[in-house]
Every structure is written in C-alpha cells, then in structure tokens.
Design a protein around this ligand. Structure first.
Ligand code: PLP
Length: 423
C-alpha cells in the first residue's frame, strides 16, 4: 500500500507547529514517547467489548492484562476502590455517570459554563442540558470565587438529584467536603469532575475528592499527561451509596451500574491502544518525577499569575491554586477572540473564554484562559513564565499591529528552539 503522504505531511506540519510555538491551552499537554508509542500500537486492531475476564470476543487475553494494569495503576494513583478506564473521553465518562444515576428529566446542579463550568455540566446545547433539568451555581462577582452558602441555598431550593463539583476554567481549589455536606442535605449524588486538576490531585497538591464524592470523573490528557480519554472512579465505602435494590432484593452495586452505563450503555468496543497508553501514563504519574513536574506546574502558574497582575491584568479570583488562570481582558480593550487570533499569529496558542458576568457572546468573549501544564512539560521554569507574560502582553497591547506580531513570533520561535515536546 502506498504511504499516505498527504496525511503524514500534515502530521509533520502539526508537529512543527507544536515544536515552534508556546502552548498555553490549559487543557493540553505533551505525552511521553512511550505513551505515544502505545497509542499508535497494534492494540488498535483488537475488539474487546466487555471487561477483563468477561469479554464478548475471543483473543482478549493480552488486552485483559493491559486493561487490568491500567485499572490497578489508576487505583494506586488516586487511592480509588473502583476504576473504569474505558470512557473514550471526559464527556463520555460524564454521560455514563448520568446514565447510571439519573432518569431523563431528573434535576442536576452544575457550575455555570460562563463562570468556568463544562458543557457536560448542564449546558442547554449539550445532552446534559437537554435530557436533564439543570440549575447552576457560579462565582461571586466581587471575588471570583465560589460561595458555598449560596450553593447550599440553590441546592435547597432546586433539590437536584445529582450535583457536579468541578470546572474547566476555575483557578481555585474546590472544597469537596463542603460539597458533600450540601449534597447530603438534599439527598443528592455528588460527582466530582476533576478533568483539569487531576494530575495535581493525584500528587496531593490539591484537595482530594475521593473521600467525599460518590463518583469522580476525569479526562486523562490534561494535567494527568496521558492520551486523550476519560475515566470514572469511586473511593472506599461507596460501593452502595444509594442502596439501589433490585426486584430480587439484592443490592445492585454502584460499580456494576457504572460499568454497564459505559458498556453496553454508552459505548461499544474499548480503545485498548489508548487504555495501554493510559496505563503507561498512570505508571509515569506514580513516580516522584511526576510529583516534581506537578510542583513545577504549580510554581509556574503562580509565577505567570503574578507577572500578569503586575502588568494590570485582571485574573478572576486574583490568582491561582492550580495550573491555570482566567483573565478578564475588558480593561485592556480587546476581546477574547481578537486576543486569541493575535496570539496565534505570534505562535502562542491559548483559547478565548467567557468570564463570569460576561457581556459578550461565547464566540467573542471578554477573556482568555491560560494554562502552564504543556510548557512545563517542555522544561520551562518560573523565569520563562515571566518572559512569556512579556510576550503575551506585547501581543495583546498591539493586537492589530502585524509587524509587532511578526517580531513576537520570531522571539517565541527562538525561545522554543531546541526544546523537545517532552523533557
Ligand atoms: N469535564 C471537564 C471539566 C472538562 O474541562 C472537559 C474538557 O475540557 C471535559 C469534561 C470533557 O472532556 P473531553 O473533551 O475529553 O470530552
């Protein structure tokens, strides 16, 4: 078969783009060579509907071992009692949890998308807002942080069946213990979606949801630095949190409800090549090296936030506890969309983002979200974050000046020259 040069040339072009630029998209990272190797391995050829030891296809002995190792490593990494590594994405993981715990029309309470939540937390354009009845909590206008008393008030008024604690653009740690008190007061199931800060949580740098939340979902490709994918977990003591009783009187375990919700409820064959890559990433995450990486992520995010504040950028909540920050650009007289486009011209990638109480549409927005997980993987340190803020500021204050954007691009390319994607 002739090699498909058209596609391989494009893959090479994307590799060059990643190598030359500064990657500040908070949800992205660079995986190790061994994670990449597994993701492109012969395991992509294998059908394995079902779970290790209980498959609907022959020849699954090897992938059974791979999947079991992924499960065991994830359990060790998060101190989880139950793990399902099959969800193809974070959205699929959340879909499966809703499918296991809710009926269409049930009420859910999530973080408002425009305040930092995710589409799958009840947005009207997503299945979660179409199939279920969502209500939302958000951040305080003054402080940019969550007000747990207000979340309690909304929960008491709305009586949701499921509460989601977690976000895509919230730079502060989350009080899962307090969320559990709120959930218990209304008899709701508590789901933590730790897609963004999972790597920091795994290494004990942020609050651990597993002792407090009934169910925890995550993506595996953000701070966790694995292949694109999702995962569902439960901590100790939550095998039967809701006492769901079958007709024969047996208690149906939550773990089997979740497993059935992933397959056959929501997916067919698992991606065993990606599960192998997840297993490798979890193995990497279990090392001390990964702890040092996450500590550097936190230090870099702090350095970036401080440098931005020093240049009069308005960071929502005034700083960060994790790997990211959300910036309100209204005092800089540039929209999120224009800032994003100008940054891309200078080979700096970030995404426009709604800010709390935004007066612009989701296609324009007043903000941008910056994250440091990817640049930290490339080996950059605190001093580099200050240099990056200088470059970002030069772009944003001259966003319509093509000559400035060209000169910043040259500086960006020099800065990233000879820096491998994964150090
Ligand atoms: N949940 C949160 C909090 C996220 O930030 C994201 C992705 O950005 C997801 C879920 C969905 O993940 P995926 O894009 O893999 O479906």
């Amino acid at each position: 078969m002739k090699r498909d040069e058209q596609i391989f040339e494009l893959i090479e072009a994307e590799k060059e783009r990643q190598l030359h630029g500064i990657e500040l998209i908070a949800s992205e990272n660079f995986v190790s060579n061994q994670v990449m190797e597994a993701a492109g391995s012969v395991l992509t050829n294998k059908y394995a509907e079902g779970y290790p030891g209980k498959r609907y296809y022959g020849g699954c002995e090897v992938v059974d071992e791979v999947e079991q190792i992924a499960i065991d490593r994830a359990k060790a990494l998060f101190g989880a009692a139950y793990v399902n590594v099959q969800p193809h994405s974070g959205s699929q993981a959340n879909t499966a949890v809703y499918h296991a715990c809710l009926k269409p029309g049930d009420k859910i309470l999530g973080f408002d998308l425009s305040h930092g939540g995710h589409l799958t937390h009840g947005s009207p354009v997503n299945f979660s807002g179409k199939l279920y009845k969502p209500s939302f909590y958000g951040v305080e206008e003054e402080t940019g942080v969550l007000n747990y008393d207000k979340i309690q008030e909304i929960a008491t008024k709305e009586q949701p069946k499921l509460i989601i604690a977690g976000a895509s653009a919230y730079s502060r740690d989350i009080d899962f213990e307090r969320f559990r008190v709120i959930a218990d007061s209304v008899g709701a199931i508590l789901l933590a979606d730790i897609s963004h800060p999972a790597g920091l949580i795994a290494k004990g740098i942020l609050n651990d949801p597993l002792p407090h939340c009934h169910i925890v979902t995550t993506t595996t490709h953000k701070t966790l630095r694995g292949p694109r994918g999702g995962m569902i977990m439960m901590g100790q003591d939550f095998e039967n949190p809701f006492g769901i009783t079958l007709k024969n009187g047996n208690l149906r375990k939550m773990s089997s409800l979740l497993d059935s919700a992933v397959f056959p409820g929501n997916q067919g064959g698992p991606l065993e090549h990606i599960i192998a890559a997840k297993a490798i990433a979890f193995g990497e995450a279990l090392t001390d090296e990964f702890l040092h990486y996450q500590l550097q992520v936190k230090a870099n995010a702090n350095a970036m936030a401080q440098a931005l504040v020093a240049k009069d950028y308005h960071i929502i909540s005034n700083g960060t506890d994790n790997h990211m920050m959300l910036i309100d650009l209204r005092n800089k007289n540039v929209s999120g969309k224009d800032a994003e486009q100008a940054l891309v011209k200078a080979d700096i990638t970030a995404n426009k983002n709604m800010v709390p109480f935004d007066d612009k549409s989701p296609f324009v927005t007043s903000g941008i979200r910056l994250g440091v997980s990817a640049v930290t993987t490339r080996g950059l340190k605190e001093a580099d974050m200050v240099a990056i803020v200088d470059l970002v500021d030069e772009v944003i204050t001259n966003f319509e000046d093509e000559a400035t954007l060209e000169s910043v691009k040259a500086k960006v390319n020099t800065m990233m020259k000879d820096k491998p994607l994964f150090v």
